[in-house]
Design a protein around this ligand. Structure first.
Ligand SMILES: Nc1nc2c(ncn2[C@@H]2O[C@H](COP(=O)(O)OP(=O)(O)OP(=O)(O)O)[C@@H](O)[C@H]2O)c(=O)[nH]1
Ligand SMILES: [Mg+2]
Length: 237
C-alpha cells in the first residue's frame, strides 16, 4: 500500500525543507502534502521547492482543519492518478522534525503489515527540555484512558500513521490541537487497533516564554473541547 504524508505547517521555513526531504525517502511514501496554515513566511515556496504538493490556506484554521484539507488533497491526487480514493495509508507528520523524519519508517511498517490500524510515535527525551508542566499531556492521557480503557504514553504525539478506514472512523477530525486526542478515541471506539511505536524523532520544543504558554493554553482548551464532545466530564465524576 502506498503512503501519503500530510504535514501541517505554520511558519516552518526553518525546518520544512529538511522535513520534506527526509519524508520523501521513507519506504512507501510516494506523495507528500504540506498544508501551509496561514504562514507569514516562505513555508509554501520552500515546501514546493522540496517537491511537496502544497495546499495554502489563506487564513489560519488550526491543525485539525489543516489535516482535513491535506487529506482532501491526497484524494484529489489519487483521482488525478486514476487511483481509487483511499488507496494510500496516511502519515501525519509535524513540520519541525527536520532530518529526523527519516526515522518514521518504523511508524509506517505496522500499518502496512496489518498489525495496527493506527500507530503513534513515541519520541525519546529531546535535546532541549520543554518548558511546560505536562498539564495538557496529563489531561489528554487521562481523558483517553477514561473513555477507552487505553492509556497512551504520549497522547499528543502528532506523528501518526493510519489506514484510510481508521481516518474515516475519526471523521470529522476535531478542531485545532484537539485533533490527536479525538482521533485516538474515535479510532479505538470504532473497534480498531492502535499502538505506540518508539521512533528516534527530534523536534523544536516550546520553551517557557509567553508564546509557549499561549500555545499550551490553546492546546489545553482544544483537548478539553475534544474530550467534552466525546462525553468526558473530568476525573471527579
Ligand atoms: N495547521 C496548523 N498547524 C500548526 C499551527 N501552529 C503550528 N502548527 C504545526 O503543528 C505542528 C506542531 O506544532 P509545534 O509548534 O511543533 O507544537 P508541539 O510540538 O505540539 O508543541 P511543543 O511540544 O510544546 O513544542 C508543526 O508542524 C507546526 O508547524 C497552526 O496554527 N495551524
Ligand atoms: Mg513540535
Amino acid at each position: 500500500m502506498p503512503v501519503a504524508a500530510v504535514i501541517p505547517a505554520k511558519d516552518e521555513s526553518a525546518e520544512v525543507t529538511a522535513t520534506v526531504d527526509a519524508i520523501r525517502v521513507v519506504d512507501g511514501v510516494d506523495l507528500v502534502v504540506v498544508v501551509d496554515d496561514g504562514s507569514t513566511d516562505d513555508t509554501s515556496r520552500l515546501a514546493r521547492d522540496a517537491g511537496a504538493c502544497v495546499v495554502t490556506l489563506s487564513s489560519n484554521r488550526g491543525k485539525g482543519a489543516a489535516l482535513t484539507a491535506g487529506v482532501l488533497r491526497v484524494a484529489e491526487e489519487e483521482t488525478r492518478a486514476g487511483l481509487p480514493v483511499g488507496t494510500h495509508a496516511l502519515l501525519f507528520v509535524d513540520a519541525d522534525l527536520g532530518g529526523s523524519a527519516v526515522n518514521l519508517a518504523g511508524l509506517v511498517a505496522p500499518v502496512l503489515d496489518g498489525r495496527a490500524d493506527l500507530t503513534i510515535a513515541n519520541l525519546p527525551p529531546q535535546a532541549t527540555p520543554g518548558g511546560g508542566h505536562g498539564l495538557v499531556v496529563t489531561l489528554a492521557r487521562t481523558g483517553i484512558e477514561r473513555l477507552t480503557g487505553w492509556r497512551p504514553t504520549q497522547p499528543l504525539s502528532g506523528m501518526r500513521c493510519l489506514t484510510r478506514a481508521a481516518y474515516d472512523a475519526a471523521q470529522p477530525l476535531a478542531a485545532g490541537w484537539g485533533v490527536e486526542t479525538a482521533m485516538t478515541i474515535d479510532v479505538l471506539r470504532a473497534g480498531l487497533h492502535a499502538i505506540e511505536v518508539p521512533c528516534d524523532l527530534h523536534h523544536r520544543v516550546s520553551g517557557a516564554g509567553w508564546r509557549a504558554q499561549l500555545h499550551r493554553a490553546g492546546q489545553y482548551r482544544d483537548v478539553w473541547r475534544a474530550l467534552l464532545a466525546r462525553g468526558y466530564r473530568g476525573t471527579g465524576r
